[in-house]
Write a protein that binds this ligand. Structure first.
Ligand SMILES: [Zn+2]
Length: 410
């Protein structure tokens, strides 16, 4: 891929008779049609035309057909599936102090992974060099050497210009601003490279695995920092500059105006972020900044001050979540991050304020739930990012029309 990445399409518009194999595959992967007769029924195409479109997908190795079974009407049919082994995905999730590298199949299932203690302060050249070496090792561990690579999904703890593929504006990733990550990686892997903000990847992972039948989802990550992501009408909403969902640095009134690490005062994160709670609880070693982990240690020990602080933080976070609920009318709010998933204290405060502050219409069907992921959510989101892109009907149809394999062999 060179230059800018076109947005992948997710979800179907109305069927058009000129739609190619890509839309047929979309019917199969979305579960809307699982058999030849199901596809013919939805599309109105003849069985022979359906057969032709499927042949293109079989030839590309993208679809496999299960064993024959007999339907209620007595006609034998075979279930159609995405061939999850048609290509591997390289998924990288860079965190503040460690990075997870994984190889997945096209269903975003992890085949092998590794966690490295890589610090952002090492800078892009050194860090990407070490990540590249780790990726080669993990591909070997997965026994995936020589298999076609569908693409690379990359998550960063910073606002990202999704199309240009680089870090944008203020973030904890000092020195990464506008660094050309794709150019660095493309030297080893000339495949689609998709780069996104880490919370967008968590949002995508949550939606695709657990909530794909819901159109609108708000994800809030409450850890050392605070961020959010949105799925609107089935797609991640990134905003004009990739800054959508950056609620951690939106001002919250009425709770004092403490100094935030972004330079402003009174940001949500300066009140409820893990570093802010650690600051308020004190007790850390002099000169050492506390984080979500240190707060959670207090909570797990049953420290009543820490539990009360987390519950209060939930109510402050609830103010922002209530505002977002009025604006977006989500079907579900998912709470993730270390603080969001510890003991239900933060969740209790968020629920209390959202239901209190929002109009009944906005909360009538709203679910507010903790994330169900224990780990690997970022990696899973990175894999889905690649899958959504490479299997997007327009992308796939142009690859198949050009007679090329959908994924290049290494
Ligand atoms: Zn701030």
């Amino acid at each position: 891929m060179t230059g800018r990445t076109p947005a992948a399409t997710q979800g179907s518009g109305p069927w058009h008779p000129d739609d190619g194999p890509g839309r047929i595959l979309e019917l199969i992967t979305s579960g809307r049609a699982r058999t030849r007769s199901g596809i013919a029924r939805i599309t109105g195409l003849s069985r022979s035309t359906v057969g032709q479109r499927l042949d293109a997908l079989f030839e590309a190795g993208l679809v496999r057909e299960g064993a024959a079974s007999t339907s209620a009407r007595g006609r034998p049919s075979r279930a159609l599936h995405l061939n999850e082994s048609a290509g591997i995905v390289i998924a990288v999730d860079i965190g503040e102090s460690r990075t997870r590298v994984a190889v997945t199949d096209l269903e975003a299932r992890v085949l092998a992974d590794a966690v490295e203690p890589l610090a952002l302060s090492e800078g892009p050249e050194a860090l990407l060099g070490r990540i590249t070496a780790t990726v080669h090792e993990v591909v070997r561990d997965a026994g995936a050497g020589g298999r076609p690579i569908a693409g690379i999904g990359f998550g960063l703890p910073a606002p990202v210009d999704y199309e240009a593929g680089h870090v944008l504006g203020w973030s904890i990733m000092t020195g990464w601003d506008t660094y050309d990550i794709r150019a660095h990686l493309r030297a080893d892997w000339p495949v689609p490279i998709l780069i996104d903000n880490d919370v967008n990847l968590l949002t995508l992972a949550e939606h695709r695995r657990f909530w794909s039948d819901q159109r609108n989802l708000l994800y809030i990550k409450a850890g050392t920092g605070v961020g959010s992501g949105m799925v609107i009408d089935g797609r991640v909403h990134r905003g004009s500059q990739g800054a959508a969902g950056d609620i951690g640095h939106a001002h919250v009134s009425g709770f004092g105006d403490p100094q935030c690490r972004c330079g402003n005062q009174g940001c949500l994160e300066s009140l409820v972020g893990g570093w802010a709670l650690a600051r308020d609880l004190g007790g850390g070693r002099p000169g050492e900044e506390g984080d979500a982990r240190s707060v959670v240690e207090h909570v797990r020990r049953g420290d009543s001050r820490a539990i009360a602080a987390l519950r209060k933080a939930g109510r402050v976070l609830g103010e922002s979540a209530a505002y977002a609920t009025s604006l977006l009318n989500p079907d579900v709010i998912v709470l993730g991050g270390l603080l969001g998933t510890t003991g239900g204290h933060l969740m209790a405060g968020v629920r209390e304020v959202v239901y209190q502050r929002s109009l009944p219409l906005a909360t009538r069907q709203l679910q507010i739930v903790p994330t169900r992921y224990k780990s690997h959510a970022g990696i899973t989101g990175a894999a889905h990012l690649v899958r959504d892109h490479v299997l997007a009907p327009a992308t796939l149809d142009s690859a198949l029309a050009a007679g090329s394999s959908p994924f290049p062999a290494p």
